[in-house]
Design a protein around this ligand. Sequence first.
Ligand code: LLP
Length: 401
Amino acid sequence: MDNQQLLALTEKYGSPLYVYDANIIESQYHRMVNAFSSVKSLNINYAVKANSNINILKVLKNLDAGVDCVSIQEVLLAIEAGFEVNKIFFTPSGISIEEMEKATALGVQITLDSLSVTQKFGEKHPNIPICLRINPHVMAGGNHKISVGHIDSKFGISIHQIEDVKKIISETGLKVIGIHMHTGSDIYNIEAFLTATEILLNTVKEFDTIEFVDFGSGFKVPYKEGDIETNIEEMGETLSKRFNDFCTEYGRDLTLIFEPGKFLVSAAGCLLVKVNVVKPTPNIVFIGVDSGLNHLLRPMMYDSYHHITNISNPEGKEKIYDIVGYICENDTFGSNRSISKISENDILCIHNAGAYSFSMASNYNSRYRPAEVMVYNGEDYLIRKRETFEDLLKNQVIIDL
Ligand code: LLP
């Protein structure tokens, strides 16, 4: 979308505003399918946590994607969006047996991620086929907060505990039909994926009953022009070949699964914010906008870089600014940024806000969460209303004092 179209959307729907371009989601999906086209059976399961707006889910459903859910609520959202239960994979961590049972009662494929849960689940439901999440102990990911496949991570069953889990499986009679891993997010290094792949495939050899191998996700997307990213085409070629060779060598008929979040939706979204104040101080020119860490937490939580442009004055002379939020915390969206001259009431575009942006938003400082708009084939649709004061009060029980 160009700047004029984005500006028109803020005029129509107000600010702050999340805008998603569904055609970008479609093209990213096709890119991924093409990259792995030599694999006989491939499932792309969209990681709902990245952006759980039901209309985004519907776009992916229409492309024939599956979904990766991590809470029973995400499962219910996926069903609401129209996904068949056989397209829904449930890969939570550290949840209760009761939540697992709710998911299996709906007919969803579950993944178990600890010895204890495997034991308990196996004793109660030996007939339900399960997937096991393995922790391959590979250090990968953009920063330590989003690296989850290393030895000190809470996720998965350690590869050093394979004998223990095999014992539980044979004692309880559980059938393992899937093996899963996810090592982190923002991984650009194909070698890290391939190292983990070898470890996972070795685990597959331990079980004769495996039908699918889920390699998780973590593909790094570019956050600005020229930024490093996972070369999905190269990775598709290399990993598919390895996977196909493995299937031939061991006579296995396996489905390959990925669960991308960022790759599918990050670049499709942006957050449009309005400049409330231009505030020069002795050292820094602060630009205060009508948003903050309550709407987009990634820069503050992970030091993530989100490119910021001034769509009201794109041709202006560039100056150096710090773009900050209106929350009573140090909520800086971007420091020391060179941006075309900013004036009060200008609209700034914060890029790559399609993934882990609205889905991590909150009402901190009792602020409303933004509206969301989806643009699809040239039409714009309001897909989430802006919150109101009633929303803030909705679940508060006011007692007589
Ligand atoms: N599968 C599992 C089991 C996951 O835990 C995740 C992400 C994904 C797939 C999707 O990963 P992706 O393709 O989006 O990298 N909030 C952080 C990212 C946390 C990712 C959590 N798990 C961020 O904004 O960078």
